[in-house]
Design a protein around this ligand. Structure first.
Ligand SMILES: [Zn+2]
Length: 146
């Protein structure tokens, strides 16, 4: 397993969902993506990912994580049922779970780069999965909080 220079942490508000992004990038290196779909707009979500990174997800109670699927049903949007915060979206591609992180669940860092706006409305499922394979965080590991 590769060692990464940085660990960027985040969580939902109540701490039921906590995560650590292992990456060689600094917060200021990421260009957050503002998804224009009707779900993400409602959350004001801005996503980052590192295809060479590893996302360590820690859950206190899985039963209190809401998994929302929409449209093509290919991604799981993980919100905390207790506090409502949207943290991460995950997608399984070729047997590997990948993820993007909502930077609003990482308030300890300054994501200073100007966000770019994305719109994937017309994209096919195949194109979608291929794009995510190229851009989404390359590995997700789930652990349970004691
Ligand atoms: Zn919470």
């Amino acid at each position: 397993m590769t060692n990464h220079a940085n660990q960027l942490t985040g969580s939902c508000h109540c701490g039921n969902i906590r995560f650590v992004l292992h990456t060689n990038q600094q917060a200021s290196d990421f260009v957050p993506r503002e998804c224009s779909c009707s779900f993400c707009r409602r959350h004001g979500a801005r996503y980052i990912s590192d295809r060479h990174g590893r996302l360590e997800m820690r859950e206190a109670k899985r039963s209190e994580i809401s998994v929302y699927r929409m449209g093509h049903q290919t991604a799981d949007f993980l919100c905390c049922k207790v506090c409502g915060v949207l943290t991460v979206a995950t997608c399984k591609i070729s047997g590997r779970e990948r993820a993007v992180i909502n930077v609003l669940s990482m308030p300890d860092y300054d994501f200073t780069a100007q966000p770019i706006s994305t719109n994937f409305d017309g994209e096919s499922v195949d194109d979608r999965l291929e794009r995510r394979e190229q851009t989404w965080t390359g590995r997700v590991v789930w652990t349970r909080e004691p």
